[in-house]
Design a protein around this ligand. Structure first.
Ligand SMILES: NC(=O)c1ccc[n+]([C@@H]2O[C@H](COP(=O)([O-])OP(=O)(O)OC[C@H]3O[C@@H](n4cnc5c(N)ncnc54)[C@H](O)[C@@H]3O)[C@@H](O)[C@H]2O)c1
Ligand SMILES: Nc1nc(=O)c(N)c(NC[C@H](O)[C@H](O)[C@H](O)COP(=O)(O)O)[nH]1
Length: 267
């Protein structure tokens, strides 16, 4: 894999207000460690017409290498990176962190998390870049969130995961087969994950944008970071658009050699 170009320096102060804070675990009180959900950053690259790929299941390059480096810099600031199974199947991503300040720097190990209620991962894991990265010690094996009923009806899933060091996380799902995001994030927090970078795909982005904590009413997303590339992907592209209006606050824009990046919080 070709090395990433260096990070454009102006991105560091631009992104800083939107990144999770590194608080040493010893300084956190018990409520902080057990009950609060992790810090959630939602980030993706979209076209001008709000598409994240040219058609369903197709990996589509939208962003410049400059913002690809930014994505890996963002990964270096989080404990986990989460995608839906649609993204794993379409993109064959490595889901590791390839950002280094210098060559002597060790790789930051970020934990991949895949939402996969019916365990479609199985037949594709063996030859995936994700597994390759783990075998080459450039990444960690994933946590895979699977419906409890899927595991009950396919007991071989557990032995497959044990054999591949995959952390299987069985969850109850709602009648529509969806996991509640708050439940997902609390489960990750129990596994010492204090920050999660969510990268997509469309189904994950569209539902998470509107998700709120049922008790406080606050958005579950702490920071939203969107790269906009100079391309229209057209009507057959995979659209990101929540099903109702959503206002952004604390907005900052950055423009690089080709892309613009918007950072914000949610109202
Ligand atoms: N441009 C970008 O930044 C970017 C980033 C990621 C993905 N993509 C693209 O997005 C496309 C994939 O998007 P998609 O919407 O098809 O797939 P996705 O990655 O959102 O995965 C969808 C699947 O994940 C599972 N899932 C998601 N949320 C769930 C929940 N709350 N509970 C239970 N299961 C849940 C379901 O099985 C669902 O079918 C691909 O073409 C990929 O290339 C682009
Ligand atoms: N920043 C960015 N620009 C793009 O043009 C694009 N298509 C993605 N897509 C994000 C998606 O999550 C991909 O799956 C990962 O970018 C795969 O990347 P890795 O192999 O893990 O580096 N991301």
């Amino acid at each position: 894999m070709a090395p990433l170009p260096p990070l454009t320096e102006s991105l560091i102060p631009f992104l800083d207000p939107y990144l999770p804070r590194k608080v040493p675990i010893t300084l956190l009180n018990k409520a902080e460690t057990d009950e609060n959900p992790p810090f959630i950053t939602l980030t993706f690259a979209q076209s001008i017409d709000s598409r994240i790929s040219s058609s369903p299941g197709v990996r589509t390059s939208i962003s410049h290498l400059e913002t690809k480096t930014m994505t890996h810099y963002l990964r270096s600031k989080h404990d986990a990176i989460l995608v839906g199974i649609g993204t794993f199947l379409a993109d064959d991503p490595s889901l590791n962190c390839r950002f280094k300040i210098n060559d002597d720097d060790p790789n930051h190990l970020i934990r991949p998390v895949i939402i996969d209620p019916t365990f479609k991962l199985g037949p594709f894991y063996e030859n995936s870049k994700l597994r390759q990265a783990y075998l080459e010690k450039k990444g960690l094996p994933p946590i895979v969130l699977v419906k409890l009923s899927t595991i009950k009806s396919n007991p071989e899933i557990e032995s497959f995961c044990n054999h591949h060091d995959i952390v299987l996380l069985p969850l109850e799902s709602e009648p529509a087969s969806r996991f509640q995001w708050m439940v997902v994030f609390r489960e990750l927090k129990k596994r010492s994950i204090r920050s999660v970078m969510v990268e997509g795909g469309a189904s994950v982005i569209n539902s998470l944008l509107l998700s709120r904590d049922s008790s406080s009413g606050k958005p579950l997303i702490n920071s939203l970071i969107i790269t906009i590339g100079p391309v229209f992907l057209g009507k057959s592209g995979v659209e990101v658009s929540p099903c109702k209006e959503l206002r952004l606050i604390d907005v900052s824009w950055w423009t690089g050699v080709q892309d613009s990046v918007i950072c914000s919080h949610l109202n």
